[in-house]
Every structure is written in structure tokens, then in C-alpha cells.
Design a protein around this ligand. Structure first.
Ligand code: DX5
Ligand code: ZN
Length: 249
């Protein structure tokens, strides 16, 4: 396939990009901000992505109207997002049968591909396939899914996503009930001596991010809090500062 300056990297190049992502060589407690484009204007995605150049990732919520009662976008749109996004793309697949579909998002050039534990048939096989394709492998847990059953799988993944709302919609209230699970997950990652990132997603804002950071999260998804702000870059900077100071507290 002919490649122009706008062409995304091939699989080998992509693996290199993934290895040099911000924070890849640094400690797991580094703060990373991943604004969710679910709260953006879908008709103007290119401009909306340009607003979050100060972030570490662009969080893209893929929903299939089966795993969650909502429908967003799929592979053809993600392929375009990867090409125009100013920052690496962090895909969150809220879909049935990720074993079948998730590898295609890695092949499309997503830097990170997160699938749900509740939907995966063979999570270890799938995580290994995503890594083989050059993506970071993420495992997501809904609020009621205990982390304990997945502790032995931590070496197989690059990120654990602990949902702080029931997946499906933006603009919901942060669930404090998940905070103890974040603490237990951070303790498990530390005990294993791993550099697995802990992502929180749902209701993350200037008034909740410190609690999540204090509990041990280091990757923060924020939809409404970033895209609802007039100054998205300013909102990203504020969230980053709040989380950093909570880590140093
Ligand atoms: C919810 C999605 C989230 C959502 C977060 O199922 O996974 O990424 O966009 O939106 P806010 O930050 O508005 O709660
Ligand atoms: Zn999400």
C-alpha cells in the first residue's frame, strides 16, 4: 500500500512507537491523562482531537449495543482517528466477543487496546495477541467485577482499567465504592513488582481525580471534564496537577 506522510506506521514501526510512549520507561505512578472523545462533537472529530494535544492519549470508547446498551463507533472510524490524532490512541472496547474483534484495533494502529474481562473468552491468549501486534494490552473490569481473580494475569497485561461507573455512558457520577478495589489492585501490582498501569474511567473530574490518584490510579480518562471545558488544554493540565499532588501527598 502506498504510504504518504499521513500514513500510519506499519506493524513493526508501531511496536517501536508503543515502546517509546510517554511513561513506558518510567515508574508506574507517573500520571497520564486520556480524554474520552465520547464527550466530543462526533461530526468534527479532527478538530476535537486537535483540542487534546496536551494529553497523553485519546480515549476512544467502542460500544456495540450488546455488551453495553449504547452504540458509538467502530473500526473504520478508529482507523481514521489513529491517522489524525495528535496523541496515541487508547481504545476501550465495550463489545461482545473481543477475542474476535480486538486484534483488528491493534492492527489499525491503536497504541493501547483494552477489552473487558466479562466479555473475553480467553483473556491471556487475547492479551498476548495484542502485544504481538505491537499494542499495549489492557484488561477492563466493571465496578462489580472483583480484581482478585485477575491478579495472576497481571504479567500478561500492560494496563488494568477499573471502571468507576457502569460502562455505557459519559457524564455519570464517580463511584466511590470502587476506591478499595483500586487500592487492592495497586497493592497487587506493587507486590508483583510490575509496571502495569492502573486506569480509572467514569466520572473523573477536578473533584474526584485526587481520590482515585490517592488510591493508586495513574491513568485518568476524563470525557465531560475535558470536552465540557472551554479550555481543554487547561482542564488537562489541572487534572494532571491534581493527580500528581495526590500521588506526592
Ligand atoms: C463510559 C466510557 C467513558 C466515558 C467517560 O462507558 O467508558 O470513557 O466517556 O465519560 P465521563 O468522563 O464523562 O464520565
Ligand atoms: Zn471508556
Amino acid at each position: 500500500m502506498p504510504c504518504t506522510s499521513h500514513c500510519s506506521a506499519g506493524p513493526e514501526d508501531r511496536a517501536e512507537v508503543t515502546r517509546t510512549l510517554p511513561g513506558r520507561q518510567t515508574r508506574a505512578v507517573d500520571v497520564l491523562i486520556s480524554p474520552s472523545i465520547l464527550a466530543s462533537d462526533f461530526v468534527n472529530l479532527e478538530q476535537e482531537l486537535a483540542r487534546i494535544g496536551a494529553a497523553d492519549f485519546a480515549h476512544v470508547d467502542v460500544m456495540d449495543n450488546h455488551f453495553v446498551p449504547n452504540l458509538t463507533l467502530g473500526l473504520p472510524v478508529v482507523e481514521r482517528i489513529v491517522r489524525v490524532s495528535p496523541v496515541p490512541v487508547d481504545t476501550h472496547l465495550m463489545i461482545d466477543d473481543p477475542d474476535r474483534w480486538a486484534p483488528e484495533y491493534a492492527e489499525a494502529g491503536a497504541a493501547s487496546v483494552t477489552f473487558h474481562a466479562e466479555a473475553a473468552r480467553a483473556p491471556v491468549r487475547l492479551a498476548r495477541e495484542l502485544r504481538r501486534l505491537g499494542a499495549r494490552a489492557g484488561l477492563a473490569l466493571k465496578p462489580a467485577t472483583p480484581v482478585e481473580g485477575f491478579v495472576d494475569l497481571l504479567p500478561e497485561i500492560d494496563m488494568l482499567l477499573l471502571m468507576t461507573v457502569e460502562p455505557g455512558f459519559g457524564g455519570q457520577e464517580f463511584l466511590d465504592a470502587v476506591l478499595p478495589k483500586i487500592r487492592r489492585a495497586r497493592a497487587a501490582v506493587s507486590a508483583a513488582g510490575l509496571d502495569v498501569w492502573l486506569q480509572v474511567d467514569g466520572g473523573v473530574s477536578g473533584s474526584t481525580i485526587e481520590r482515585a490518584a490517592e488510591a493508586g490510579a495513574n491513568v485518568f480518562v476524563a470525557g465531560t471534564a475535558v470536552y465540557g471545558a472551554d479550555d481543554a488544554a487547561g482542564a488537562i493540565g489541572t487534572l494532571r496537577d491534581l493527580a500528581r499532588s495526590a500521588h506526592h501527598h
